[in-house]
Structure formats: C-alpha cells, structure tokens
Design a protein around this ligand. Structure first.
Ligand code: DAH
Length: 354
C-alpha cells in the first residue's frame, strides 16, 4: 500500500542520496536504484499505485509520475553540473572516421558569368554592374527607342506602379517612368555619360520581362552587355572579338555565323549564331533543323546613341552586344528547361563544374 506521504518520503530519500553522489559512477548507481526497470524504487512504486483503490489511483499516479520525472531531471542536471556528462551508459568509438564536411559550390549561372567575365577580362574589358530599377530614358529613349517606337514591344516591360500615374493616362507622354530594366543595354548609356572613349566594358546582371513561366521563359533572367568604343573601330573588330570569345566559351572549332538583323541602337545590326552543338550542323530538334543556334545580338553603335551621350559620331565608332546567360547555359550544358536553374534542387546543381 502507498499514499501521498510515502511518495513524499521517497522524494526526500532520493534528495539525500543525490546529495551524496557526484562521480559518474555514483550518479549511475542512484539512477539505477530509483529508475531501474526491474526492482527500481519507481518501478515498485508504480506497481503499488496500480493496486491502490480506484478512487485514489489518479492522484497517486500523478504524484508518482512527477517524482519519476523530477528524479530523471535532477540526475541529468547533476551530471551537467559536475561535468561528468551524459556518457555514463554510452561510449564514443574513437576509431570511427570523422564525418566529412559538405562543400557547397557556386550556382552554374554564377560560374558561367564568371567564366565569361574572365574571357573578356583577358581582352581588356572591365566588368561592372548597374541598377535593376531603371528609368525609361536609359532603358529605351537614349537607345534610340522613343515612346511609341514599335521596337519597345519586343520586350514586355514591367513598370513600377508609383510611376504609372498620371502618365499612364492617355494624353501627352512627358512624365518619366521607372521600370525594371528589360535588358542590360541601358548600361551603355550610363557608362558613356560618365566616361570618354576609349571604352571596353561588359555589364552582367538580372533583367526583367512580363513573360509567363515556361521551359524557355522566366520573368527574371540574366544578360551580359558588351560595349567597345574608340576611334577607327570597325565591324571587323566586332567579328574578330566575338568569334574569339565564342570559340573560347564553347570549343576552338566552333563555327560562327553573323546574320543581318535589327536593333534600334545599332546600325548595322547582326545576330550571331554558332554551329549547332548537338548535330554538328546536320539539323536536329534543338537547332530546328537549321544547323545553327542563335547566341547573341550585336552591332555597330548607332549614331543616335552617341549623340544622346554627347559623343561626336564623326569621330568615334564602336560596337555592342548582348547575350542571355541562361540561354548560353542551356546550350552549353544541354538543359532543356530554364526553370531548373531556379528550383535549387541539389541533384541538378551538383552536376555542374563549380
Ligand atoms: N538588348 C538586346 C536584347 O535584350 C540584346 C542586344 C542586341 C544588345 C544588340 C546589344 C546589341 O548591345 O548591340 O535582346
């Protein structure tokens, strides 16, 4: 038979026993005496509670459980205090090899951007970054795309809400609007406004467009802009530099094709293709049976762009290009869904050179 007083007596006895124990072994002995499964003080108490009259059982059960919990806690605390730790019943196998640290790596888009920066750095180009929130002037107007220029439709623009009023209303368009830059080309303007030729820069960074997510589109992606300006710069310089770049980026034997195109800020303009990496020019699904893959847009800087930044177009000439980093990564690594770059699935990310 047991009652509340008997349980209280056990508590007092335990406290006295604990007070006399400090070594790991002593503490373990106290623990076994009270909490041991067979014949331990608490185990015996629990049996007595079980055979107590039904009306006393819940209250006694609660007291017994509290005592059990307090004993367990008190012994743990004592071990920590005395520094004997919780190792009394477990051992450390010092012969086991240690756990290796998991080493992270750069994101494939970052690694590719750095590779491209390195190639251009060797040719004397400095890399710099600019604002992602841009104004209409730098993103469009100074690049020879006045408002209502049809070429603006090539890039679905995300405007910032606070800049939409009142100029969003029909009527004279004279209020400057802010937007998320649709391309890195505005960096040409920003740099030329602050510097005189000769210029050799590249400008990598995120750009934004009102596109829905699918296998080739994300509303945010990355571009690298290039700009070279000086006296006597010709289209042959553009061709030679971009060819050297593409052969280093892909393969020394890469075939490079320049095809006439149109951009408002270059004249003449060229789209640059490389021989298809997957069928070697024979024609496959990736190159849509053409044997060529489009890699970048480029051209000779338009005189109107030079005029916008106060350069004399009779004195200076230059060329520019822009490429999409995700597009290059997809071709180089044969990734067929752009969204994979943003899902952060380690099984995907671990496959790339760091
Ligand atoms: N801005 C163009 C785009 O986003 C790419 C481009 C084309 C940049 C021709 C240039 C260029 O500098 O000369 O598609």
């Amino acid at each position: 038979m047991t009652d509340a007083r008997a349980i209280n007596d056990l508590r007092t006895r335990f406290q006295a026993d604990l007070a006399q124990s400090s070594t790991s072994r002593e503490l373990q002995t106290v623990r076994d005496r009270y909490l041991g499964r067979k014949g331990g003080v608490i185990a015996t108490l629990m049996k007595e509670v079980a055979s107590a009259p039904a009306n006393e059982r819940p209250a006694l059960g609660r007291l017994a459980n509290e005592l059990k919990r307090d004993i367990d806690l008190a012994i743990r605390e004592r071990r920590t205090e005395t520094g004997v730790g919780g190792q009394a019943t477990s051992t450390v196998d010092v012969s086991l090899p240690g756990r290796g640290a998991v080493i992270g790596s750069r994101h494939p888009l970052t690694a590719l951007r750095e590779q491209i920066e390195t190639i251009f750095a060797r040719m004397g180009f400095t890399a710099l970054e600019g604002p992602e929130i841009e104004d209409e002037y730098h993103n469009f107007e100074a690049l020879n795309m006045p408002r209502d220029h049809p070429a603006r439709d090539m890039q679905d623009t995300l405007y910032l809400a606070e800049s939409l009023e009142p100029s969003a209303a029909p009527g004279p368009h004279n209020q400057p609007r802010t937007l998320l830059r649709t391309h890195t080309s505005g960096m040409q303007i920003r740099y030329m406004e602050e510097h005189e030729p000769p210029i050799r820069i590249i400008a990598p960074g995120p750009v934004y467009r009102r596109d829905n997510l699918d296998v080739t589109h994300t509303p945010m992606f990355h571009q690298i802009e290039g700009l070279l300006v000086g006296e006597g710069v010709t289209m042959a310089d553009l061709k030679g530099t971009l060819e050297a770049f593409l052969r280093e980026l892909f393969d020394p034997d890469t075939k490079v094709l320049f095809r006439p195109s149109f951009f408002p800020y270059t004249e003449p303009s060229a789209e640059v293709f490389i021989g298809c990496l997957f069928c070697d020019g024979a024609g496959c699904n990736v190159c849509k049976k053409t044997g060529w893959l489009e890699i970048l847009g480029s051209g000779m800087v338009h005189a109107a762009v030079f005029e916008a930044v106060g350069y004399d177009p009779e004195r200076y000439t230059g060329w520019a290009f822009g490429l999409g980093i995700e597009r290059v990564a997809m071709l180089k690594y044969r990734v067929d869904d752009i969204r994979l770059f943003y899902e952060n699935d380690l099984r995907f990310l671990e496959q790339f050179p760091a």
